[in-house]
Design a protein around this ligand. Sequence first.
Ligand code: ISE
Length: 337
Amino acid sequence: MELNIAVVGCGMIGREHIERIQNRIRGAQVVAVCDVFEEGAKKGAEIAGAGVKVYTDFHAAINDPDVNAVVVTTPGAFHKDPVIAAIEAGKPVFTEKPLANTAADCKAVVDAEMASGKHLVQVGFMRRYDRGYKQVKELIDSGKFGAPMVIKCTHRADGVAPDYTTSMAVTDTAIHEIDVLPWLVGDEWDEVQCIMPKTTSKAHEGLKDPQIMIMKTKSGIVNVLEVNVNCGFGYDINCEVVCENGVINLPCPSFPTVRYANNVSTKIEDNWILRFIDSYDVEIQDWVDHASKGETGGSSAWDGYVASITADALVKSQTSGVAEKVITGGTPDFYKK
Ligand code: ISE
């Protein structure tokens, strides 16, 4: 089945996905765009091209009979309602990360999907599609390196918008490691803690940055993650997995090493869109391939819910300072692979 997609939310990532689907993805096209702001919807329509329908009401866009699949790219706080509307319409839906901003909203999506009896939701955690992470996973799964024991990560960004808050370091930024690391090592989070070091003078008023997040899995693997979103030197993602017999490092994006002005240097990527651009292409193609067969790939609504429970525990720890337990209540049969 060819996918005729309504894109709900025409901000930066929405416009990126419209361009991607129209130009690089096989088996799908955008036939409708929607944004609460008409201007935003029109911008999306310009990228989508002639004949695309323009909506400001997501219910109308999702229930348009010409639409058979949905992409949700509104801000995270507004994911829940269009995702549930797509489920109720029986249409496959890809939603950008996070599934929703609160665990309660994620649970509502999980409940709606289970009630529908069909797997319709895929959450846009694109790192599971990144070539480097996949290579690291293959090496871990080979067994040659022995059991992973420690994971050391950095999630650094050049800078952030003035509306970026202390809790977003968890819900918007660390949420990627929260999802990808358990997938990488085949484990689940048990407890998480956030420690606040000295704040950089570059952080805007009220923002605590950097933050150190210590997360322990059920089998005892410890991850130490530095979130540092005002580093000023680029978008710098690192992940080192220390195993019993060796150490595996996530490959960095490939740039030439240059010798110039008495220095040997390699570029660091500018921002997250560029750093993960290939992963987004692979991810959306995989969603289209699965959805056209009535299946889902990547992160499920349950994965999105578990990530959100973990994020809530970390946000709690931002003020309590102590380790907080991650309590999911166990994977329902519906989501067991
Ligand atoms: C953004 O939404 C992303 O997904 C990026 O990967 C992350 O680094 C950034 O902090 C988020 O705002």
